[in-house]
Write a protein that binds this ligand. Structure first.
Ligand code: UDP
Ligand code: MG
Length: 328
């Protein structure tokens, strides 16, 4: 990317997933537009994704679209989740670069100029990470920090601790992400998996000005499971290793018992130890089946090849390249 020097005109799309964000969308647009309109030699287009909101989010998007000509919206038939909304925004985009960011201003638009500078300087992508976790419980940040450490060890993708999905990406990276066919999408992992040279810049964590976070503790747990299971076979490898160790122990034990019976003769005590071993092995088997079941469940969902999202209405004009732009 050597042609992005300051005076090349860049078309940049901003993809914004929104779920029940009626309090935030207009403010988000005004604050962000104010900042990006000052970046020289760029043209920004906003693509709002209404992820099945049951408040007035769509009405507000439509209002913005009729007032400003750089606003597009895509509205889903129901809530498909943020990951699906991101994919849909990337598919609807056509800019040289695409920014993905939250609608609640927790991803500060103030660093967009810095991100644009970064890609102009030759980076393929530039992504934000949180410099701190203000406004988040200690326990939650502890879990999250250790989860990233663990996940990076277990999988072959590397996500910096505190990585967010606030980022700008070049067209090639966007096309690569769109080309990944999986239905269960873990964006942070996918961004890391496709590679491309990424500059990471820190930003201060800000609290949500209005509306509320859509994450529950169970939601976060599911997210963590997705992260691990969609990029790693490691849990299965642990099972194989454990299985081998236990089989080896059992063999040694069997030989020992056999010799003992032959030499000393029959001996009845040993009930407690037998039960303990049976229960222990039973437990391990159950966990193993559970883990295998998780993978099978995922395979089941993938092979159905259902679309990642369904669009009900949009003002994004269909692009000529690619027949399947609307639903994927
Ligand atoms: N979001 C979405 N679909 C969902 C949940 C969330 O599009 O099912 C959007 C939400 O509107 C926001 C972004 O994803 O723009 C981040 O959500 P949230 O602020 O709830 O997450 P947090 O910042 O607490 O991690
Ligand atoms: Mg948020």
């Amino acid at each position: 990317m050597g042609d992005n020097t300051g005076n090349t005109n860049l078309n940049i799309d901003i993809v914004v997933p929104c779920y029940n964000e009626q309090e935030m969308i207009s403010t988000f647009y005004n604050v962000t537009e104010e900042i990006v309109s000052k970046i020289e030699n760029t043209h920004f287009t906003f693509i709002f994704i209404n992820d099945g909101s049951n408040d007035d989010s769509l009405l507000i998007m439509k209002g913005l679209a009729s007032t400003y000509d750089n606003v597009r919206y895509v509205s889903f038939s129901r809530n498909f989740g943020k990951e699906s909304a991101i994919l849909s925004g990337l598919e609807a985009s056509s800019g040289d670069y695409v920014i993905v960011m939250d609608s609640d201003l927790q991803h500060p638009p103030a660093i967009i100029p810095r991100m644009v500078e970064s890609v102009r300087a030759g980076h393929d992508c530039c992504a934000g990470y949180r410099a701190d976790r203000k406004g988040e419980g200690r326990f939650r940040s502890f879990l999250s920090r250790n989860f990233y450490k663990f996940n990076n060890k277990m999988t072959n993708v590397n996500m910096p601790y505190n990585a967010t999905d606030f980022r700008i990406m070049c067209r090639k990276a966007v096309d690569a992400i769109i080309s990944l066919p999986e239905v269960q999408r873990f964006s942070k992992g996918i961004f890391a998996w496709v590679g491309f040279d990424t500059e990471w810049i820190p930003f201060e964590n800000v609290e949500r000005p209005a509306g509320k976070s859509k994450w529950s503790t169970t939601g976060l747990f599911k997210y963590a499971m997705d992260a691990l299971l969609s990029f790693s076979m490691f849990p299965l490898k642990i099972l194989v290793t454990m299985g081998s160790i236990f089989s080896a122990i059992a063999m040694i034990f069997a030989v020992y018992e056999l010799i003992k019976t032959l030499v000393i003769g029959k001996e009845t005590p040993g009930y407690a130890s037998t039960i303990i071993v049976i229960l222990f092995i039973g437990g391990i088997l159950e966990i193993s089946l559970g883990i295998i079941g998780e993978y099978i469940g995922r395979i089941f969902t993938e092979i159905k090849h259902r679309p990642v999202y369904i669009v009900k209405e949009t003002n994004v004009e269909k692009q000529d390249e690619g027949p399947d732009k609307e639903t994927h």
